[in-house]
Write a protein that binds this ligand. Sequence first.
Ligand SMILES: Cc1ncc(COP(=O)(O)O)c(C=O)c1O
Length: 371
Amino acid sequence: MEFRNLKAQYRFLKQEIDDAIAGVLESGRFIGGPEVDSLEHELAAYVGAKHCVSCGNGTDALQLALMAWGIGSGDAVIVPDFTFFSSGEVVSAVGATPVFVDVLEETFNIDPALIAPACEFARKNGLNPKAVVAVDLFGQPADYPKIQQICQEQGILLLEDGAQGFGGAIDGKHACSFGDISTTSFFPAKPLGCYGDGGAVFTDNDEWAELLRSYAVHGKGSMKYDNVRVGMNSRLDTIQAAILRVKLRAFVDHELDDVNERAAWYGELLAWSNLGLPSLQNGFTSSWAQYTVVLPQDVDRADLQNHMRDYAAPTNVYYPKPMHEQPAFAGRSLVLPCPVTERLYKTVLSLPMGPYLSVDELRAVVQALPL
Ligand SMILES: Cc1ncc(COP(=O)(O)O)c(C=O)c1O
């Protein structure tokens, strides 16, 4: 069994994907071009954002947003302590200081009530709080109705890290449309993944969209060889765009429904267990980038993973370390107390998940759990 069954997805979409790749090879156009333009339009329309700027990966997407906002030295950016490294890495990469705050036990997402205290804490430390990176961890959007209001009150910008959130929604409004700028990743195992690296940035703001396009292509000005700012080289390959166009159709057509069906099956089959099951806020839907359960504190997680492996059921730990304990942030970050993260990183376990996980595989995972 695969942790995320990308081979089954390829078998299902093989003809269309092979044709799409062949089309690009025959066109001789490997960077930019109509495939990339069309994908950007399709993604923007799906998400409900005015602009989509594709780029090299989800990490660059986040960094491009911070660059477009001119965030740098002396600025603070609030980041959840329980997330993938990139969400905070980009803050340091532009010279700003991440301020790590705790998440909510029920959703794994940033606790909105901690944003204002984190701004205060940053100011006390001589920094200018400029933005919050809210992460849609494991596929459920963060609590944007609350976060947006707090950002307005604090006068800070909202960056939605939708790397795992693409396809989720709040009251029908899609993830990657909640931030002043929002981003996603097309890493292969993500809800919408390509066959390599890829990412995208979304915004309704015309000026930021132009800056994003400039920073993503060496700070270009009116034309490619007019470089008006120092940027980066971060583009989505045409082949990846062609693959993503096929996959986006399947995602919208059935994959998102299928993965939600599997989440419901897990929920039913594990209802009897002593595991903490993922829960959705009222009106929120998830794209189930991960199906993550919380183990009782007395369970030896490594033993359990070995046991599951013996039953051919792969598991993963997302994430085994809080951000504030990452050596890379030592001496260049601030942190508020994070008791929830301190518990979660020791007890979370992600189970095989995805729209192509078969009923038999899912049953086998549940049977392999000795709980
Ligand atoms: C929450 C989060 N943010 C950012 C990223 C970075 O995406 P990429 O791997 O495409 O750079 C990831 C990828 O794992 C992620 O999970």
